[in-house]
Design a protein around this ligand. Structure first.
Ligand SMILES: *[C@@H]1O[C@H](CO)[C@@H](O)[C@H](O)[C@H]1NC(C)=O
Ligand SMILES: *[C@@H]1O[C@H](CO)[C@@H](O)[C@H](O)[C@H]1NC(C)=O
Ligand SMILES: *[C@@H]1O[C@H](CO)[C@@H](O)[C@H](O)[C@H]1NC(C)=O
Ligand SMILES: *[C@@H]1O[C@H](CO)[C@@H](O)[C@H](O)[C@H]1NC(C)=O
Ligand SMILES: *[C@@H]1O[C@H](CO)[C@@H](O)[C@H](O)[C@H]1NC(C)=O
Ligand SMILES: *[C@@H]1O[C@H](CO)[C@@H](O)[C@H](O)[C@H]1NC(C)=O
Ligand SMILES: *[C@@H]1O[C@H](CO)[C@@H](O)[C@H](O)[C@H]1NC(C)=O
Length: 287
């Protein structure tokens, strides 16, 4: 009798997720399951600073080494194509930063020869600054404001661009990577640490430790911050840390970018993998 009651109790109160037999998933983040749906080749180079525009085109920087030394070239994988293409008009080997203006649906490139804008019709880039304008990285916030970093001396300076003028915004010692989220908060990596500079607070907040070996990308989807820096880690914007690690990544990751559906790419040496979510097919609820 006791035994039966206990069984009934279990039957009623316990429910758990059971993987369907033969269900495979390439990567899991919290409860979301993703499979690799496409793989793109990136010569013998590291993909970095990847960004989707509003049309599903993926722009990224290819960082590699040839007989002349290190080079940075910006390429595009157009929506529904399988090959990365060159963008004509950009300085060969010296094009190293990408920013998408979602408000104006424009894509900007930071290079050794100034700032360029992408021309969709002709797949070429045209200069929109003076050709001797110096910058390291370019960013655009949700309101369409442009920022650049430059290191005139030893420290990295962040400037706001306004009417062709550079307005000093903040100084960083040893800045490695930076990204601006949908709420205009600045997230950055400095000396293996992730910080945030909230739009309404002047002091930076330490979030957690991350590995950093020369390539990394910070990206956002909904309220989660992702850091691809060899490992892939993430944290909810309201959490205090530490960051959580994603298992089963395809190698040392150097790039991450989300499209507007929440699907994303991960970049590793020589390859870019597209992951798409599939939450309904893999698990079913058993009670
Ligand atoms: C991932 O792909 C495998 C086949 O390769 C399939 O069996 C599985 O259902 C897929 N999983 C998801 C979460 O889409
Ligand atoms: C890409 O393919 C998808 C699905 O096949 C389609 O819905 C979409 O319109 C295509 N996009 C372009 C730009 O052709
Ligand atoms: C793309 O650009 C690279 C570097 O400038 C060059 O080596 C390569 O031949 C170009 N590829 C095409 C298809 O034009
Ligand atoms: C760089 O250093 C020089 C000399 O110390 C100084 O005059 C200049 O203001 C500095 N530039 C910036 C942007 O900090
Ligand atoms: C900054 O904004 C956040 C979110 O809106 C809020 O929780 C916080 O109290 C604000 N901080 C200050 C110093 O205004
Ligand atoms: C971050 O790493 C430092 C050592 O570099 C360590 O002292 C500190 O406790 C770590 N912080 C967290 C939150 O893990
Ligand atoms: C995170 O914090 C923001 C602002 O304080 C709040 O609006 C939001 O609901 C919070 N999100 C979660 C998931 O707790």
């Amino acid at each position: 009798m006791k035994y039966i009651i206990l069984l009934l109790f279990i039957q009623k109160c316990v429910s758990f997720d059971v993987p369907k037999s033969a269900c495979k998933t390439d990567l899991t983040i919290d409860k979301d399951h993703y499979n690799v749906t496409k793989t793109y080749n990136v010569d013998d180079a590291y993909p970095t600073d990847a960004h989707y525009d509003s049309y599903g085109n993926l722009f990224f920087v290819e960082y590699g080494r040839n007989l002349n030394g290190y080079y940075f070239n910006i390429k595009v994988i157009k929506d529904n194509t399988t090959e990365a293409q060159n963008i004509s008009g950009l300085p060969d080997g010296e094009s190293y930063s990408i920013a998408v203006d979602r408000k104006e649906t424009k894509v900007y490139f930071g290079t050794s020869k100034g700032i360029f804008v992408y021309k969709y019709e002709s797949n070429e880039a045209t200069l929109v600054s003076s050709p001797d304008f110096k910058l390291n990285m370019i960013f655009i916030d949700k309101d369409g404001n442009k920022y650049i970093t430059d290191s005139p001396n030893d420290t990295e300076e962040l400037y706001l661009l306004a009417g062709g003028k550079k307005i000093r915004y903040r100084s960083f010692e040893a800045l490695n990577e930076m990204a601006i989220d949908e709420k205009n908060n600045f997230y950055y990596i400095k000396e293996d640490k992730l910080f945030v500079l909230k739009s309404n607070i002047s002091k930076a907040i330490f979030i957690g430790n991350v590995s950093y070996e020369g390539f990394a990308q910070i990206s956002f989807y909904e309220e989660i911050i992702y850091v691809a820096s060899e490992t892939l880690s993430y944290i909810h914007e309201n959490d205090s840390g530490p960051l959580k690690l994603v298992k089963n990544i395809p190698g040392k990751v150097t790039a991450i970018a989300f499209d507007c559906y929440g699907n994303f790419i991960l970049g590793t040496f020589g390859k870019i993998f597209k992951y798409e979510a599939n939450n309904n097919e893999c698990y079913h609820r058993k009670s």
